[in-house]
Design a protein around this ligand. Structure first.
Ligand code: F0G
Length: 355
């Protein structure tokens, strides 16, 4: 028996990566598809969670990063740069460390979850905080990559999408065909574009008989793909998707149109409620942004949309431990008590307190 080799070695012949590029891998991908009894019951469909928080740095970004960093190193790069709302920078820092490249990270000041910031720092990235939002950071990252010998590894780098599309391959490999519907959160719109690439490639190769309807969910305060206009001041507690002008706008619209899908917005309260419900019903703790697809599914059910009889995959993009502060704030705001009981160190006291 051998262990999962990471997405490049598992799928190399299906990826547009220059031949002979050695893989820089942390054995990303191969993530579980977890059946949700809770959501399957509510929808009378088979609902599966693609749990991307199980990747090495805790988000789906590792799939694209193994590809981008492998190619950057093979091309002779010595330094890499990205703009990030947190997960891309955590992932880039880890893969750059593994590859021996120097990581430079641009993040919006004060809007990065503590876990993600810690990852970038501890993996050895130089972190620059920008007085601005993600969209500003991406503009600066592009400018630095243009002016200086540093490789840009944001998803505007097409190699990133090559890695990320492997999530669609894994889903079809496991289910035996593509699902009827695929729901996921959308921020910079690279991931929905990558899934669509993957599903389309498998269908073209005859490895799937169909392609799913793609439904992407954005936070109400950062929903440019829903309104059709950039958001100059995006705002949401789901900081991972606090993005006003997605780089893969066109590709994401093509995924929507070719699949007969749509984009919709969900509120922060819906997102945080979905995060708690997923954790308490299914045992899967995801970060706020990652719950946007679940919030979207619940919103559609409430509006009378039917998924009955179909197969549905919802990608949950990142781990709940990335941002415990927001999760606990949401929990408290919804009337939950955090730690309300302190007792003396004996069984009787604990039993009395537990009721
Ligand atoms: N979910 C999480 C947890 C994310 O970190 C992101 C994006 C998304 C969803 C949205 O994916 O951008 O491909 O549409 N995070 C990027 C970052 C922007 O910098 O970590 P997308």
């Amino acid at each position: 028996t051998h262990q999962w080799r990471g997405v490049i070695e598992e799928y190399r012949q299906l990826l547009e990566i220059p031949e002979g590029t050695p893989a820089v891998t942390l054995r990303e991908g191969g993530t579980p598809l977890v059946h949700s009894e809770w959501l399957s019951g509510l929808t009378r469909a088979e609902v599966w969670l693609k749990v991307e928080g199980d990747n090495p740095t805790g988000s789906f970004k590792d799939r694209g990063m193994t590809a981008a960093i492998s190619v950057a190193r093979h091309d002779g790069a010595e330094a890499v740069v990205c703009a990030s709302t947190g997960n891309t920078s955590a992932s880039m820092a880890a893969y750059a460390a593994k590859a021996g490249l120097k990581p430079l990270v641009l993040v919006p000041e004060g809007k990065i979850a503590a876990g993600k910031m810690a990852q970038a720092i501890v993996h050895g990235a130089q972190v620059i905080m920008v007085r601005g939002n993600f969209d500003d950071c991406l503009g600066i990252a592009k400018g630095l990559a243009w002016d200086f010998p540093v490789a840009l590894v944001n998803s505007v780098n097409p190699v990133r999408l090559e890695g990320q599309k492997t999530a669609a391959f894994e889903i079809v490999d496991f289910l035996g065909d593509a699902p009827d519907f695929h729901l996921l959160p959308v921020g910079n719109a690279g991931n929905i574009s990558a899934y669509w690439l993957g599903y389309t490639q498998y269908a073209d190769l005859g490895l799937a008989t169909r392609k799913p309807v793609m439904r992407g969910f954005q936070a109400e305060g950062a929903a440019p793909l829903v309104t059709g206009e950039p958001f100059p001041d995006p705002e949401t507690k789901a900081t991972a998707i606090r993005i006003g002008n997605p780089a893969s706008w066109k590709l994401a619209e093509a995924a929507r149109d070719e699949s007969g899908g749509r984009f919709a917005a969900v509120s922060d309260d819906q997102i945080l409620a979905a995060q708690r419900d997923l954790a308490s019903h299914d045992g899967v703790f995801v970060e706020p942004a990652s719950a946007a697809g679940i919030a979207g599914l619940l919103q559609e059910l409430a509006a009378g949309e039917s998924y009955a009889g179909s197969t549905v995959v919802v990608t949950v993009t990142g781990h709940g431990l990335k941002d415990t502060a927001t999760a606990l704030e949401g929990f408290a705001a919804a009337g939950g008590s955090i730690v309300d009981t302190v007792v003396d160190a004996d069984v009787a006291s604990a039993a009395r307190a537990a009721g």
